[in-house]
Write a protein that binds this ligand. Sequence first.
Ligand code: IPE
Ligand code: IPE
Ligand code: MG
Length: 232
Amino acid sequence: MTEAPPLPRHVAFIMDGNGRWALARGLPRLEGHRAGMETIRGLARHLGKRGIPYVTLYAFSTENWRRPADEIRGLFRLMAQSIKKEARALHENNVRIRHLGRTEGLDAKIVNDIAEAVELTSVNTGLNLSIALNYGGRQELTDALRRLVAAGVKTEDVNEALINAHLDTSELPDVDLLVRTAGEMRISNFLLWQSAYAEYYATPVLWPDFDSTEVDRALADFAHRKRRFGGL
Ligand code: IPE
Ligand code: IPE
Ligand code: MG
C-alpha cells in the first residue's frame, strides 16, 4: 500500500507577473490583472478539491501604493467588481473568506464589500481563503505590537503565542508552502512571521498562466521536501 503524499495545510501565493503577461501580448497591464482574477477562481476550486484547508493570496501590498495612480484605480475597480460576485459563488462552495491587511487607506466601499463577504461566509467550514489586501508583514507586526503596548501587557507576558494571537492571521496555521510566480526570488513583505519555516516554491510561470497543472506541480514538489525545523 502506498501512503498518500504529505499535503501542506496552508499554502500562500505571491501572485506575480500580471503586468508581464499583458506586456507580452501587447495589452494594457490592467488586462493582465483581469486575467489574473480568472486564475484565482480556478485555483480556489482546485485547491478545495485537493483538500488543502488554508489558502492565502497576496492581492495588494502596502508597497503597491507606489504604482501609478491609474493602475491602482483600475486594479481596485476590478477587485470591487469581483468581490461581491465571487463572494456569493464562494459561499455556495462553503468557502470561508478572511481579510488580512489594514483597512485604513482603502476606499469605504471596498472595506464594506470585504466586511460583507467575511460576514456572509463566516460560518462556512470548507476551504479557508484569506485575501491579503493592503497588507504588509512589517505593518502587521507593527500593529500587533502597538495593540500589545496599548493593552499594557507586561514584559514577562510577551511571548510568541501572544504575538501570534495579535496578528491578522491569528486564526490561521503557519504557512507550509509559499509559492511565488513570475520568477522573482523575494518575499516582498508577505507573511514574514508566518513563513518562518515555510517551504519556498518559485516558478517562472506568470500568474495568469498558473493553472491546475502548475498547482499540482507545486504540491508534488512540496511532497518531496524534507522538513527539519532545525532538527535532524
Ligand atoms: C502582480 O502582478 C499583481 C500585483 C502586484 C497587484 P504585477 O502587476 O506585479 O506584474 P509584473 O510583476 O509587473 O509582471
Ligand atoms: C508582490 O508583487 C505583491 C503582490 C503580489 C500583491 P510585486 O510585483 O509588488 O513585488 P515586487 O515589487 O516586485 O517585489
Ligand atoms: Mg510584480
